[in-house]
Design a protein around this ligand. Structure first.
Ligand SMILES: [Zn+2]
Length: 466
């Protein structure tokens, strides 16, 4: 018995596109045929997809969603709804300090995982998972990594900067320990010595606004750290995944590493593909919106990143979603607090697919198929989600009906995330998400949320290189 049949849409996979009907039974894709021959009469539900693209749901592997709290009980749920509106069907979160994880999470990875699973249970509208953040203050973080992989968390993130940074020796050990278990370490690449010196120089010169933030961390600070991460991967014969790569010089490091056979992977984000450093020149209320790390770069960096998406140097596009609010987390900036002590991050969980389609596919920079690869297929593969990321018989029916002919202007007021702004305010984009299905169940239907809180399942992931 077919539960759901999407009829007559253009099915896009990482390798090609064709008009076909997609049949779903018990939450999984059971056939992709051009003419299922009258079987629609038996289907529980038939959705006319003519003129629409049928895409695999986006797998956003980089978010910093906030946990629900007594004061803000809907924070995690609401961002999962926003993700669904944008065509995302699975997201991974980090539990780094600032996301609402308790003290225990910064002392022990396993205690942090248990607490996070408990606090997110029955809360998400779409499927979700955790990539743990390894903090320098932990007692035995490296020793816990094999158990984390066994518990369905085969990726972890370490930071070279911030006060929860990991020292060089521990970082190298973490790359190796994850690789030995078939997992993968994600690395925030900025050099702490150069960064601290840059911050001190800006503050000493009295340049305390968000433009000082950008000047304090030039591209070479990212590039030298990326080079080091690549060397760690080489020495450990283990994979290393560079998160939120932002500059041409860091991209060159990954390109060289890949050419040398190092197991290097890299991700960039929509903001580095569309916005540039001139955003820091406005008044603080404006420029603080873009205080993110790494910062926005020059137009030449942005253009180089698009080339990296085409030539395969970059493997994934993910959001680095931080649901900061101008009125709350970012409010310090308007009060004159120096850039090194204001909250880093910007929202993006709802705008990923729309921006990549509009700025990438419509402008002719990447193909439909490459977009699907970058947003769904490769992230599912690299992060141990074998039932996700592609329209294939046997996979979860995580499907997006996308209208390529629609157009709209992005406005914070129209978005559903728990931030109070969007970095893309006023940007005209082509295309629109019409309906979203997770395991065959409608979560968004004709642009309206029809899902259920708690429907989303925690994904116990497999070691991607196991
Ligand atoms: Zn991040």
């Amino acid at each position: 018995m077919i539960d759901l049949l999407l009829r007559g849409g253009t099915v896009v996979t990482a390798t090609g596109s064709r008009v076909a009907d997609v049949a779903v039974e018990s939450g999984r894709i059971t056939s992709i045929e051009e003419d299922p021959g009258g079987r629609s009469a038996d289907a529980g539900e038939v959705v006319d997809a003519a003129g629409l693209l049928v895409l695999p749901g986006v797998v956003d592997v980089h978010t910093h969603t906030r946990l629900a709290s007594a004061a803000e009980p809907d924070r995690f749920f609401q961002d999962s709804v926003a993700a669904a509106f944008g065509g995302t069907t699975t997201f991974l979160s980090f539990n780094n300090p600032g996301t609402g994880s308790p003290e225990t999470a910064s002392r022990s990875l396993l205690a942090g995982l248990g607490e996070w699973r408990h606090r997110t249970e029955e809360d998400a509208a779409i499927d979700y998972g955790l990539s743990v953040a390894i903090s320098g203050g932990m007692e035995e973080p490296i020793g816990d990594l094999p158990a984390m992989v066994g518990a369905g968390v085969p990726t972890a993130k370490a930071f070279m900067v911030f006060d929860f940074r990991l020292g060089g020796r521990e970082l190298f050990q973490a790359v190796r320990a994850m690789g030995q278990r078939g997992g993968m370490l994600q690395v925030h690449c900025e050099d702490p010595v150069l960064l601290d010196a840059g911050v001190r120089a800006e503050l000493a010169a009295g340049r305390t606004g968000p433009d000082g933030h950008a000047r304090s961390r030039p591209a070479y600070v990212e590039a030298v750290a990326t080079h080091r991460a690549m060397a760690f991967a080489q020495a450990a014969d283990a994979p290393a995944y560079v998160v939120h790569l932002s500059s041409r010089s860091a991209l060159d490091e990954v390109r060289r590493a890949k050419a040398a056979g190092i197991r290097a992977y890299a991700e960039t984000c929509p903001h580095y593909l569309t916005l540039t450093e001139e955003r820091y020149s406005g008044p603080v209320e404006e420029s603080s919106r873009y205080v993110i790390a790494p910062p926005l770069r020059a137009p030449a960096d942005r253009d180089a990143l698009w080339e990296g998406l085409v030539d395969g140097t970059l493997d994934v596009v993910a959001t680095d979603h931080v649901p900061d609010r101008l009125a709350v987390e970012k409010a310090d900036a308007a009060r004159g607090v120096p850039f090194d002590r204001i909250s880093n991050g910007a929202p993006g969980i709802e705008t990923l697919l729309g921006i990549l389609y509009s700025e990438g596919v419509v402008r002719g920079r990447i193909t439909f198929e490459r977009m699907v690869d970058l947003l769904s297929t490769t992230p599912a593969r690299l992060f141990g989600l074998p039932s996700k990321g592609a329209i294939q018989v046997g996979k979860d029916a995580d499907l997006v009906l996308f209208d390529p002919k629609a157009s709209r202007v992005l406005r914070a007021a129209d978005l559903h995330h728990t931030s109070d702004y969007t970095p893309y305010e006023g940007m005209a984009v082509s295309g629109a998400v019409r309906s979203v299905f997770v395991r065959g169940r409608a979560v968004i239907r004709d642009g309206a949320f029809v899902g259920r809180r708690g429907f989303g399942q925690f994904q116990e992931r497999l070691p991607p290189f196991g």
